[in-house]
Design a protein around this ligand. Structure first.
Ligand code: SF4
Ligand code: SF4
Length: 449
C-alpha cells in the first residue's frame, strides 16, 4: 500500500481553532502576520484544550468563521501559503518528567481521533492511570504513517513507553487484530528489554492481566478479533482488561488510558524531532476501487485533496469520516482537521436520497444492534425530545456504529436522532452520577482479571 504525499500548496490553508473537545483556542496571530511551518497559532490556558499550529509558511489573510468537517462552522485562521518551507526551530525533548511530557503533548497539539486531547487521557484530573492501551485494532501499520511494519513495531513500543511514563503507569499493552498478520509478524520480530515479543491472543477469559503475569513484563502486545472504533472505548477496555466502565463514564474512570496509533506516533515524533501535529494521513474512498492514502497538511481543503487524487467529474456527495457514520459536507472548501480520517466521494448516481417513512416495527434495528439497545424506541424518544427516557434505556451505550440505520427499511435517520439526543443529554446531565450498565455484554459477569 502506498501513501501519496500532497506537496502542491493549496490556495489557502484553513486551521480551525476548535479541533478537539474542550476549550476552543484563542488565536495567537492576527491578519497580516507571517507564520512559519509548525508555528503555534492558537492556544488556550485551559487544561482541557490543545494547541493548533500552522502547517505552512505564509500570511494570515483572515480570522473568521469557516466550514468545519463536523458539519458546523468554526472560527478559523486562514493562511495564504508561500512557496517556502521555512519552519520554526524544532527542539526534541529529552529527560522530561511526566508533567513535562504531558505539557509537550498539549503544546504539540496531539489529540485522539475522537477529539480528546491526549494529555487529558493520560493525566485526567483527579484520577490515576495504571494501564495504557494503544488500540491498533482498526488501523494496520500503514494507517499510522509508519514507513514499514518493522518501523511500526519498534516506534510503537517506544511510543507506548513514552505514553506510560506520561501517565505514570506501570503497565502498557498494544492491542492488534488477530487477522492483522503483517503487524503481528513485525512485532514478533523485535525485542522489548532484550526479550523477543510474543503476541498473545486474548481468548476466553484471558485478558491482559494474565499475560502481564505469564510474560513477567510491564509491556505486552496482544491480539483479539474485533475492530474497535472511536466510540467503542468502554467495550474495548472491558474486553482487554476485564474492567467494567459504567454508563456515562470513560476508561480513565477505571484507571485505563486508551490512545490511538496516530496520536502515539505523533507523540513519538514530537518527542524525537520536536515537530508538532500539523500533518496527518487520511484515506480517500471513491476515486478508485481501492482506498487511496495521502499524507496532507492539516488545514488543506477537501477540494485540493480530491484534485490531487485525480478525481474528475461531478461529485454527488462528500462525506467526512466514512459513509455509514460520517458527516456529509455542504462545501468542498471544508478543511482536513486532526479528527478527519477519511474523505468519501460519491458520484451523483451513487447518492441515496430516500425519504424516511413511518416505523413498521420490523425490529431489524434491534436484531443488529451490537450493544443490545432498542434503536427504534430511542429514535422516537429522541425525535420527541424525551431525553430522560432515552437515558433510562441506556442511550449512552450506543457506539454509533450506524448498523440500525443501515438496515431500516423505513429509512429512518436513527443514528442522527440518537446523536442529537446524546448531545442534548451531555449538555443537560453533565453532573448526574454514572449508572451501572444494563448491557448484557458488559454485565455478563463472565470474568475479569
Ligand atoms: S448506532 Fe444503532 S445499532 Fe449501533 S449501537 Fe447505536 S443504536 Fe445500536
Ligand atoms: S428497522 Fe426501522 S422500521 Fe424496523 S423497527 Fe427499526 S426503526 Fe422501525
Amino acid at each position: 500500500m502506498e501513501i501519496k504525499r500532497l506537496d502542491k500548496l493549496p490556495e489557502k490553508i484553513i486551521i480551525p481553532l476548535r479541533q478537539h473537545r474542550g476549550a476552543v483556542c484563542e488565536p495567537l496571530v492576527k491578519k497580516g502576520d507571517r507564520v512559519l511551518v509548525g508555528q503555534k497559532i492558537g492556544d488556550s490556558d485551559a487544561y482541557y484544550s490543545s494547541a493548533v499550529h500552522s502547517s505552512v509558511c505564509g500570511e494570515v489573510i483572515a480570522i473568521e468563521e469557516s466550514a468545519h468537517p463536523d458539519g458546523n462552522k468554526a472560527m478559523s485562521i486562514i493562511i495564504q501559503p508561500e512557496d517556502s518551507n521555512e519552519a520554526v526551530e524544532f527542539s526534541p525533548g529529552k529527560d522530561l518528567s511526566s508533567e513535562e511530557l504531558a505539557e509537550l503533548i498539549k503544546e504539540s497539539g496531539i489529540v485522539e481521533h475522537y477529539g480528546m486531547p491526549t494529555h487529558t487521557v493520560l493525566k485526567p484530573k483527579g484520577k490515576n492511570i495504571d494501564t495504557v492501551l494503544i488500540n491498533a485494532t482498526s488501523s494496520e501499520w500503514i494507517g499510522g504513517t509508519f514507513k514499514t511494519p518493522k518501523e511500526y513495531a519498534s516506534h510503537g513500543i517506544n511510543a507506548l513507553k513514552l505514553l506510560m511514563k506520561t501517565a505514570g503507569a506501570k503497565k502498557g499493552a498494544i492491542v492488534l487484530r488477530t487477522d492483522d498478520e503483517e503487524s503481528i509478524n513485525a512485532f514478533e520480530s523485535i525485542e522489548v528489554d532484550n526479550k523477543k515479543i510474543k503476541v498473545a491472543p486474548l481468548l476466553g477469559g484471558r485478558r491482559i492481566g494474565y499475560y502481564f503475569k505469564e510474560q513477567d513484563s510491564g509491556i505486552i502486545v496482544v491480539s483479539q478479533k474485533h475492530i474497535y472504533g472511536k466510540k467503542i472505548l468502554n467495550f474495548f477496555t472491558y474486553n482487554v482488561t476485564g474492567r467494567k466502565v459504567k454508563v456515562g463514564c470513560d476508561p480513565t474512570d477505571v484507571g485505563v488510558a486508551v490512545c490511538g496509533v496516530k496520536s502515539a506516533k505523533a507523540f513519538y515524533n514530537a518527542f524525537n524531532t520536536g515537530k508538532p501535529f500539523y500533518e496527518t494521513v487520511i484515506s480517500i474512498e471513491g476515486v478508485s476501487a481501492d482506498l487511496e492514502y495521502m499524507q496532507v497538511k492539516i488545514g488543506t481543503p477537501f477540494k485540493d485533496v480530491i484534485e490531487a487524487c485525480g478525481f474528475t467529474g461531478d461529485i454527488g456527495k462528500l462525506i467526512a469520516n466514512g459513509v455509514r457514520t460520517g458527516v456529509a459536507q455542504y462545501t468542498d472548501q471544508v478543511p482536513v482537521t486532526k479528527g478527519v480520517t477519511r474523505i468519501s466521494i460519491q458520484k451523483p448516481e451513487e447518492v441515496i436520497r430516500d425519504e424516511s417513512i413511518e416505523c413498521i416495527h420490523c425490529a431489524r434495528c434491534v436484531d443488529v444492534c451490537p450493544v443490545e439497545l432498542i434503536p427504534s424506541r430511542l429514535a422516537v424518544m429522541a425525535d420527541q425530545g424525551r431525553f430522560d427516557e432515552c437515558r433510562q434505556i441506556y442511550i449512552e451505550n450506543c457506539i454509533e456504529c450506524g448498523d440500525c440505520a443501515a438496515v431500516c427499511p423505513s429509512k429512518i435517520h436513527i443514528l442522527q436522532l440518537i446523536r442529537y439526543a446524546k448531545d442534548a443529554i451531555e449538555m443537560a446531565y453533565e453532573d448526574l452520577p454514572a449508572k451501572e450498565s444494563s448491557n448484557l455484554k458488559l454485565g455478563c459477569g463472565c470474568g475479569g482479571e
